[in-house]
Design a protein around this ligand. Structure first.
Ligand code: GAR
Length: 221
C-alpha cells in the first residue's frame, strides 16, 4: 500500500519540518514527503528538504499581481506534486479563501498559542502581556479564517516567572516538535477526519481539542 503523500509549506528556519522528518526517520510517521514549498527562497526549511532529497519549490509573491494569483499557482503546484495532505509548518502568509478551498479538511497548521487566543503574530508576547498562567501551541484544520479553523489538539506549558518572549518561545518549541508529527500521524492514518462540522477522531466528534501530554499521548481535552 502506498504511503500518504505530504506537502509542507514553510517560510522560515524549518524546525517543525525537521521534527516531521525526524519522526518519519524513526519510523513513527509512515508518510512520504513529496514537496516542501516556500514563499522565501532563503528559507531554512528548503535547505532541510534538499538535504533529505525532497523536491522543493520557492515562489516569490512579488512576481504575482495579487495574493489570490500567488495562492492559486501555489496550490496548483502542490496538487501537481500528488500530495494528499498539506501541512503548514511556520508558513507566515494569510491564504486566500477561494484558493485554499480544495484543501479544506486536508490541510493543518501549527500555531504557537492556545487558540482561540492570540491568532496572528507575536503570540508569546501577547500571552505574557496578558499575564496568562498558561501558554501553548495548537494544531488546527485550516479554513479561510486566519488561525480560525477547528482546533484538533493543544500542548500546554505553565508560564514561569523568568519568562520573556524568547524564553517562552524556546520552551514551547520542543512541544510543537512533538505535537505536529503526532497530529499529522492521526490525519495520515485516517483516524482523524473533518466532516465540515467538527473534527472526528475514530468516528467520534471532538467537542474540545485533544490535550497533548508530556508523555506524547493524547487525552480528551
Ligand atoms: C513555529 O513556532 C510555528 O508555530 C509558528 O512559526 C514557527 C516556525 O518555526 N507558526 C506561526 O506563527 C503560524 N501562524 P520553524 O520554522 O522553526 O518551524
Amino acid at each position: 500500500m502506498s504511503l500518504p503523500r505530504i506537502a509542507v509549506l514553510a517560510s522560515g528556519r524549518g524546525s517543525n519540518l525537521a521534527a516531521l522528518l525526524a519522526a518519519r526517520e524513526r519510523g513513527e510517521l509512515p508518510v512520504e514527503f513529496v514537496l516542501v514549498a516556500s514563499d522565501k527562497a532563503n528559507a531554512g526549511a528548503l535547505r532541510l528538504a534538499e538535504a533529505a532529497d525532497i523536491p522543493t519549490l520557492a515562489l516569490d509573491p512579488r512576481s504575482y499581481p495579487d495574493r489570490r494569483a500567488f495562492d492559486l499557482d501555489l496550490f496548483d503546484r502542490i496538487a501537481a506534486s500528488g500530495a494528499d495532505l498539506l501541512v503548514l509548518a511556520g508558513f507566515m502568509r494569510v491564504l486566500d479563501g477561494e484558493a485554499l478551498m480544495p484543501w479544506v479538511g486536508r490541510m493543518i497548521n501549527i500555531h504557537p498559542s492556545l487558540l482561540p487566543k492570540y491568532r496572528g503574530l507575536h503570540t508569546h508576547r501577547r500571552a505574557l502581556e496578558a499575564g496568562d498562567a498558561e501558554h501553548g501551541a495548537s494544531v488546527h484544520f485550516v479554513t479561510a479564517e486566519l488561525d480560525g479553523g477547528p482546533v484538533i489538539a493543544q500542548a500546554r506549558i505553565a508560564v514561569e516567572p523568568g519568562d520573556d518572549e524568547q524564553r517562552l518561545a524556546a520552551r514551547l518549541l520542543p512541544l510543537e516538535h512533538r505535537l505536529l508529527p503526532a497530529v499529522l500521524g492521526l490525519l495520515a492514518s485516517g483516524r482523524l477526519r473533518w466532516d465540515g462540522h467538527g473534527p472526528l477522531l475514530d468516528g467520534q466528534p471532538l467537542p474540545v481539542p485533544l490535550a497533548f501530554g508530556s508523555d506524547g499521548s493524547f487525552a480528551p481535552g
